[in-house]
Design a protein around this ligand. Structure first.
Ligand SMILES: *Cc1c(COP(=O)(O)O)cnc(C)c1O
Length: 466
């Protein structure tokens, strides 16, 4: 202690010392209260980045849907755009123009009949996009009810097993959520289950095109057809918003035959996450309306104090422009063929993992990786005790850096515990093989050192979905 105090006094600047021979690194960096004195920026940066080494390795995180591989060009774009506020459309008109181009490119990819004139916007992700899509449904429904002189105090929305953002929408904006529960033999929304829940206060139906829990697509066309028939019989016209957080950037390239988008006239709006299979860095999502008239004008605010008259529809105001520009970069850089190649490669790696997992003999596949989101999901076979639960297996895989989600399904399938991997851009066949090798090693370890008796897995906790 005394020694460095002497040194400290004898030099004008601490920056002549090594990062690890500085008071902040020799003692402790302030945690919950600000220190009084400034510190050398390089040293502080190094120390903070050191701490962050304890976070998982993003590429080995097979639990997240979000992008973890970003090329050098994206880093340059993000750096150059760090000072651009996307809301300031007068100051940064070209950023605004680029946002607009992305909206029209997506409207076209999703087969909007008016892709060049329709309306949409970027968001911070699918969650904000879902709020905006849900609000538009609520406003449209209310307008219709008011015109008919009917009550507007009990709106409801029908969903399958949804991502948490729809529960947020329902609670924050006072809409009853009629979530179709999972059953052991039915993990997705079906037309019959939707029709059962409809009434005159239903503001819309939200199929998920890429379900968080199982990676499968809900059948938007079957639901739309059922709603057509329902309208013929009952006169109620119920719109659809598709939560295509993942599928919106997959199906247009690798599952072109699936009819899920604006080709169905009942689909009025779609959201997708640019930072998932859109290949862009964290912090960007999109919502697009079928036609301009599907977004109620009262939801658009006009702001004049940044200069010019700026229409805005968003929950946020100031936000970085880099993610939007990076999204445009990706759309242009990869083109349809590039996206198709990347997503197809991911799909193949997911199928490979599913096949290898099946060969191990202990697991039953819940999703074989073939038809929807790149990845795979499996459960332990019933009536066997391999000496571990899926939670134990996830824990042990973590020792080699792999983050693999194990969780119980939502109501009424809470007793089903599953394990799921997601495959994203930046993953290779070799990595898939390394992961499988480690999985086998972990299973062998548990053979020697069993940790459970059957039934233990039901006691463990859930998992956070992102
Ligand atoms: C990820 C996800 C969301 C939330 O999206 P963010 O981009 O993380 O805000 C909503 N719905 C589904 C189906 C998702 O997969």
């Amino acid at each position: 202690m005394a020694l460095h105090l002497v040194n400290r006094k004898s030099h004008k600047s601490e920056s002549v010392f090594d990062t690890y021979a500085q008071p902040v690194s020799e003692e402790a960096i302030p945690k919950y209260k600000m220190g009084d004195q400034p510190n050398d920026p390089k040293v502080v940066k190094d120390l903070i980045l050191d701490e962050l080494l304890l976070d998982g390795n993003a590429k080995q995180n097979l639990a997240t849907f979000c992008q973890t591989y970003l090329d050098d060009e994206t880093h340059i774009i993000m750096d150059k755009c760090i000072d651009k506020n996307m809301i300031d459309k007068d100051e940064y008109p070209q950023t605004a123009e680029i946002e607009n181009r992305c909206v029209h490119i997506l409207a076209d990819l999703w087969n909007s009949p008016q892709s060049s004139t329709t309306i949409g916007c970027s968001t911070t992700g699918s969650s904000e996009a879902a709020m905006l899509g849900g609000l538009a449904l609520k406003w449209k429904w209310r307008e219709k009810r008011r015109k008919a002189g009917k009550s507007t105090d009990k709106p409801n929305i029908i969903t399958g097993p949804v991502q948490i953002c729809w529960h947020k929408f329902a609670r924050y904006f006072d809409v009853e959520i009629r979530e179709i529960p999972m059953e052991h033999d039915r993990l997705l929304m079906t037309p019959e289950e939707v029709i059962k829940r409809i009434d005159e206060n239903t503001i819309g139906v939200v199929p998920t095109f890429g379900v968080t829990f199982t990676l499968q697509y809900e059948d938007v066309k079957a639901i739309s057809d059922a709603l057509d028939k329902y309208e013929e019989e009952n006169g109620l016209d119920i719109p659809i918003h598709v939560d295509a957080a993942s599928g919106g950037f997959l199906a247009p390239f690798i599952q072109k035959d699936i009819v899920w988008d604006f080709r169905l006239p009942r689909v009025k709006s779609i959201n997708a996450s640019g930072h998932k299979f859109g290949l862009s860095p964290l912090g960007v999502g999109w919502v697009v309306w079928r036609e301009k008239s599907d977004l109620p004008e009262e939801l658009i605010f006009n702001v004049n104090y940044l200069g010019g008259n700026l229409p805005t529809f968003a929950l946020n105001f100031s936000r970085p422009g880099g993610q939007i520009v990076a999204q445009y970069y990706n759309l242009i850089r990869h083109g349809k063929e590039g996206y198709a190649r990347i997503q197809q490669a991911c799909l193949e790696h997911g199928i490979f993992i599913a096949e290898e997992v099946k060969k191990l003999g202990l697991f039953e596949l819940l999703y074989d990786g073939k038809s929807a989101i790149p990845g795979a999901a499996w459960m332990l076979k019933k009536d066997i005790d391999p000496g571990f639960s899926l939670y134990d297996l996830s824990d042990r895989m973590r020792m080699r850096g792999w983050q693999i989600a194990s969780y119980s399904l939502p109501v009424n399938a809470q007793d089903m515990v599953i394990q799921r991997v997601l495959i994203r851009h930046g993953f290779s066949h070799d990595m898939a093989q390394l992961m499988i090798d480690d999985l086998k090693r972990c299973i062998d370890y548990f053979k020697e050192h069993p940790v459970t008796k059957k039934g233990c897995q039901e006691l463990s906790g859930g998992f956070n979905h992102s």
